[in-house]
Structures are given as C-alpha cells and as structure tokens.
Write a protein that binds this ligand. Sequence first.
Ligand code: PLP
Length: 469
Amino acid sequence: MTPDEFRRYGHELIDWIAEYLENAERYPVLSPVKPGEVRSRLAASPPQNGEPFGALLRDVNEVILPGITHWQSPNFFAFFPSNNSYPAILGDLLSSGLGVQGMLWSTSPACTEVETLVMDWLVEMLGLPERFRSSSPGGGVIQDSASTATLVALIAARERATRGRSSRAGASGERLAVYTSSQAHSSVEKGVRIAGIGSDNLRLVDVDESFAMRPEELARLIRADREAGISPAMVCATVGTTSSGAIDPLGATGAICREEGIWLHVDAAMAGTAAVCPEFRWIQDGLEYADSYVFNPHKWMGVQFDCSAFFVADRSALTSALSIVPEYLRNAASESGEVIDYRDWQLQLGRRFRALKLWSLIRSEGVSGLQEMVRRHVALAREFASWVEADPEFEIAAPHPLSLVCFRHKGGDDVNRAIMDRVNVGGKAYFTHTVLDDRVTLRMSIGQRRTELSHVRAAWEAIRTAAMG
Ligand code: PLP
C-alpha cells in the first residue's frame, strides 16, 4: 500500500466507522450466523499477490458485518458493556501509527510518562486513595484485562506471603489460600490456578441477602486455614459483581486483611467507572485498605478493549515479583532509578501505547461528559426497575445501586429462558442471564454509550411481548 492509498482508504475507513456507529441499531444485536459460516464465505488460502484494500472492505460489508454481535448498538444490554468512543478510536489509531513498543521508559519516554500521568488523572477523577498515585510508593499501570490485573495481584500477593520463596525456589512447600465471595468473577479462580496456588485452595465465602461477601464468614475461613497450617495470601473483594452488581463491604473486609496481614485486591471491573460521580463514590468506601485495585475503562467508560486500570499501593511488591533484568535490557535511565519501566509491572515484556486512547477520551469528554453518561445510565436503570416493580408478573431479584437490574418473570426458569431466547433471536435487543438464589434471573445491563430511554422502553416492550409466548 502506498502512502496515497493509505490516505485514501484511511479516510474511507473513518467514514465507514462513523456511519457504522451512527447506525449500529439497524442491525440485529446478536449475530444470527451459524458456526463456520463466516469462514466458509472467505478465501480459504492467502492471495499470492496483493489485493486492493477495497476488496477487503467488500468482505467486511458482506461477510464480516453479519457475523458481528453489535456491542456498540444502543440495544445491547447483555453481560457488561464494552464501549468504544470516537476520541478513544482516534487515540488507538495514533498509537498504531506511532507503532511504539514501550517496554522500558527509554524505548519511548512519552509512552511511559503519558500512562503515568493519565493513571494519576484517574486517581483524581474517581477519588481513589492517594496511595495509588505515582508520587506515593504506589502507582497505576494499564493492563490488558481485569483478569490479567487480578493474576498480577495474585503473583505479588503470593510473593509477599512466601517472603519471596515462591519465585526463587518454585513451589515453596507452603500451602497458600485465597478468599473471594461465591459471586466473584471466574477470573479469580483462573488466576489462582495460573499462579500455582490451585483451585482447591480458593475459598468461596458465603454472601448475604444482597449477594455481598459476609466478613464474619471470611474471618472464620481464615481462622480455620491458619489452624490447619495454611497461609492466607490474598482476599479478592468485588465492587459490582458480574452476576448481580453486588458490592462487598470493603471496610470490614479490609480491616480483617489489615489485622491478618493479608493482601486485599479489589475488582471493580464494571462499577469502578461510576466513581467519576461524587454521589456514587460510596461504592469505594474502605478502598484505602486495598493493596491493589482494578477497574475496566474498556467496559463502561468508553475506551475500547483493551484497557484495564490497575493500581497498587506499593509498587515494590510488584517489581520484586516480576522484575528480571537481562543484560540486553540494561540502560542508564533504568539504572538511575528515576524512571518507571512498566515491563516490571506486568506479565509480558512488550507493551503498546494504550494510554493514548484513555488520554484522548478524557480530554475530549472532560470529567463532566463521563459523569453525564453514568448518571443517565443509572437513571435509566432506575426507571426500568420501576416498570418491573409495577408489573405483577415480574419481580426484582437483587438490589440495583447502579446500572445493572436483575429481574425475573414469576413463571419460573423455563419461562425466563424462553423470554431471553425470544428477545435475543428477534434481534431488537440482546440481554443475558445469571442464576441467583438457584433461580434463572434476567440481567438488564444498561451502559451502552448511545442507549437512551426509547431503547430501554423498546427492550421492556420486547420482554413483555416475549413473556406472552
Ligand atoms: N471482574 C468482573 C467483576 C467482571 O465483571 C469481569 C467481566 O465482565 C471481569 C472481571 C473480567 O474482565 P476482563 O475481560 O477485563 O478480564
């Protein structure tokens, strides 16, 4: 591709993206294709000679688009949102254009320094504890996902619990345990497996009637492990569980961790963005106890995947677990101790200039733009919940402090599954389910950037129609 062709197709592609995003609600939200259908319609072997980019765009329109589930549709109410935004897309494009690999400060100082700056901005915007600022012993770093951030936290916690023996001597002989609520995300168990702690050593703490972790149960499990000679390594609390949006009590959980000397990691993957509004900052009460914290700007905030904001209170706990300095990476800046080398804060060596998309979003929307979006979604969720409450055939299944409403038809599991399938196949909206109190429960997750009252109203109508069979 020549520079002129790049300019031409680049403009065309930007127009295509704007057109797509402005009209995403035209498409059935959940892709209707059958397994293998997309691949079967594309060339089976690579072309011997290069093709014009226009040929690829044709395939995008004819084959790829039908195979897309439209996460950017305002009628997307499934899982949690995975929003993009124009400024973040441009930031990503700039990152691709610069093609920087910022593993060390010296391999592109701006890549590191913008990331440090923007992570400090998040501390300020969300009212996070000062110990997560780069000017403290702690700091923030962008990880690819909350799952990775939780794994990194586990590795640092394991290092601390074994006083460094786990990384020096492999299996330290010490049996470690990790605690999280029965409602926590599956990434905690995955991390426990990868970190070599083992699923058998993951304790699932009971929850209360609002699906939040019971601190007294946590304390009991820790006591039982200590008596059995097992060392508690980490507690993972959740702010906004995936199933129901439950918020674990960070204050009481943190006090136990402090007293017991256990690493507290807090996973606020979806809900964390809400703290941009002062009236929702109560969800972080007790966060000052946390050793590490993660939330996903790639969910609600509007920075397209991947962008997880991970903070630690003591960066040396990370670097002592993850830093290995081979000769070929030695350089004067790193040895001066004056710079951050983010490679020591993550699993992989290489890293993209991901901070650009977050920086671009925040500069373009301002704090007030993000607050407006969060408030709108929470208000829409409250309105939706009021319709559910007013309908004698439906009931609310869990508290809904933010933008996720869990509800169900009173007719039982089969009726709820049928409602979900009918709405999703119809293509006008897409939502997913969970199980709460052993009953199939529908999740209305409101958080797509373009979702307005009319979309929520249409989804509710589709649900009620589906309930009629
Ligand atoms: N934690 C919670 C509470 C989540 O809801 C999710 C995803 O929905 C995750 C972790 C995993 O996020 P990621 O895809 O960034 O690993």
